[in-house]
Ligand binder design. Sequence first.
Ligand code: DNO
Length: 409
Amino acid sequence: MEKTWRWFGKNDKITLSMLRQIGVEGIVTALHDVPNGEVWPREKIRDLREYIEGFGMRWSVVESLPVSESIKYGGPDRDALIDNYKQSLRNLSAEGVHTICYNFMPVLDWARTDLNHPNPNGTSNLYFSYSEFAYFDIYIVGREGAREEWAAFKVPGIDTDRDILAEVEALRSKMTPEGEHRLVENIIVKTQGFVSGNIREDDEHPVELFRQLLSLYDGITRERLRENMKYFLSAIMPVCEECGMNMCVHPDDPPFPVLGLPRIVTSDEDIEWFLGAVDNPHNGLTFCAGSLSAGAHNDVTAMARKYASRTHFVHLRSCHIFPNGDFTEASHLGGRADIVELVRIFEKENPELPMRVDHGMTMLDDASKGYNAGYSFLGRMFAMGQVQGIMAAADKELGIRYKITGFYE
Ligand code: DNO
């Protein structure tokens, strides 16, 4: 696979010359300054592409070209927004960028409740607690019907008699204003703004804004969301064919419905559905082993085998699920996703497939640097080193020559 790295543009504290030193070949990035829904101008794309190429790398993947909420819920302006999307695709392709990662998650992109959860070795990682998330839903957002939904909630794929409402009440008895503020920051601010999400760090009333966004989806069922995804994909496919563009949807993270919103890229059945609904090789998947492994219902290795040929981009990370269903990021050599086997599968399928490691731990000096949540430098570099070793070993087994970048050979 091509070794890529998610880089947040010229203001990223992690520079391209740093990335060259650690074997990165391709960059995964976006025009983060273009407002959601507007056309990405060709000149801006060219400028960033040339900047990247100046460091001896290429712009391999766009993550993300965001799909506006209105396209997801089927608002009156969706056709105009789809036209803009098509124009951005044409402009990207004219500049030689042909792989687009996007997601179809309503309102909230990815979700975690704790961004610095301690690991036994003194590093920290991202963490998702069902009861903290339910507390946010019931007592901070105050969503109608939330209490009833959580009362009936079953952790996907896990047989536990967990009483989430009782846990929420226990949390409430010791909750402080700072604790509530931290949950808001973690769930809807710090994890969202930097991925071009709906809420930004400087929004003054994030919870109010969040409630308004949720209300856009009143009455939008799973079936409607599926129809809207099919509508969007069918509309853009002719442009993708014309300009050789590979679309790859990112699985929902975590892979189950949240906050009363449907989520439709969570499981084998969902993936089979959207690939079949628009059965075109340009309609593909970002195989995010981390998001899929956060759901105990997913057999990640079996899914990789099944969908390798429709995978255009790979995210390597792995989750550990605790007995009660809460999950955290595992080592890239452990957890539910068998990264050794995944590397074998994807190396065999296509040695050119772009791959990036995802969500590194925060280790050593990382904490003092203020990196985006999940996007540390040393933690991700550590994981990247592990994955490079796995790739070299897998390539040897497969009789492929492992490409070393940056050394005399
Ligand atoms: C979080 C990321 C997501 C992902 C988008 C793709 O760390 O995996 O924000 O980039 O969902 O559109």
